[in-house]
Write a protein that binds this ligand. Structure first.
Ligand SMILES: C[S@@+](CC[C@H](N)C(=O)[O-])C[C@H]1O[C@@H](n2cnc3c(N)ncnc32)[C@H](O)[C@@H]1O
Length: 265
């Protein structure tokens, strides 16, 4: 795709989730429209900044665990978002330089910045797919160009499933992605939860902004994404509390976001 046609696809009239989230993690790849709703939401619910920051730290710990303790060498990161510090391939390849990572997002701004995600080690590989979570079979087929889908994969879906309004549909999409991966694969999810009035108000404000809506779910529904998988200890917990190491919770403990890692037996 030419730079001009890519630029034409970038809609700066409405907030977009990748850019809005980039603003919350302190990035620079966002527009006025994203910062405006971002500032409005920070004033309603400052705790969303903690959710964004601690969720990225969770990504680091989960990938470190999978690459280090579980020997996973392949990752499929769906709903990648804009590149930031410690992207999945950087964390994985620090542990295992031969790790392969496929990133998937459907937002043209992420595609425009994808070069920063393609800085693989010489031993490993990274690829970017401009593809849609709503078509899991197409995602798997394209990912097979880079990953060996007969070997375990870490499927990462972080802060993205809330875009799928219908819970059963979201579960079905996760199930279909996992169905294409072999035993020993892991599902990694984090998501904002409807665990405080502030978070619910923030979600309502975001959804009124014209952006593709984002629905925050009860914790039990986040846990339900792992049905049929073996939940890795400590189970589904608030994101700072997942394997924080000797130091204890990584960041403020009471964030309105939960996470988990499940293994396919
Ligand atoms: C809030 S961001 C999360 C980014 C990153 N995973 C993180 O946790 O920092 C949600 C991402 O999901 C992407 N996304 C939303 N709907 C999608 C879809 N149907 N297919 C692929 N990506 C999608 C958005 O473009 C955005 O980059």
């Amino acid at each position: 795709m030419s730079d001009d046609s890519l630029r034409e696809r970038i809609d700066t009239s409405k907030p977009h989730s990748a850019r809005f989230w980039n603003y919350f993690v302190g990035g620079k790849d966002n527009y006025e429209v994203d910062r405006e709703i971002g500032d409005q939401i920070k004033s309603i619910f400052p705790g969303l900044v903690d959710v964004a920051v601690t969720s990225r730290r969770f990504l680091g710990r989960a990938v470190d665990y999978l690459a280090g303790e579980q020997g996973v060498r392949q990752f499929l990161d769906v709903g990648t978002g804009l590149p930031t510090a410690d992207n999945t391939h950087e964390v994985a390849q620090r542990v295992a330089p031969d790790a392969r990572i496929v990133y998937v997002d459907n937002d043209p701004i992420v595609l425009a910045h994808a070069n920063a995600l393609l800085t693989s080690t010489p031993e490993g590989r990274t690829a970017y797919l401009d593809a849609d979570l709503y078509d899991p079979e197409a995602v798997l087929k394209a990912a097979a160009g880079t990953l060996d889908l007969s070997r375990p994969v870490g499927l990462m879906i972080l802060n993205t499933l809330g875009h799928v309004a219908d819970y059963e549909r979201a579960r079905d999409l996760v199930r279909r992605l996992m169905a294409g991966l072999p035993a020993g694969s892991h599902l990694v999810i984090s998501d904002s939860t409807a665990t405080s009035e502030g978070m619910i108000a923030a979600s309502e404000a975001y959804n009124a902004s014209g952006a593709v809506p984002y629905y925050v779910r009860p914790v039990a529904e986040i846990a339900g994404f792992f049905d049929g998988l073996e939940l890795v200890e400590p189970g589904v917990v608030r994101v700072p509390e997942w394997r924080p190491g000797a130091a204890g919770a990584v960041g403020p403990g009471a964030v309105d976001a939960y996470c988990g890692v499940g293994r396919k037996a």
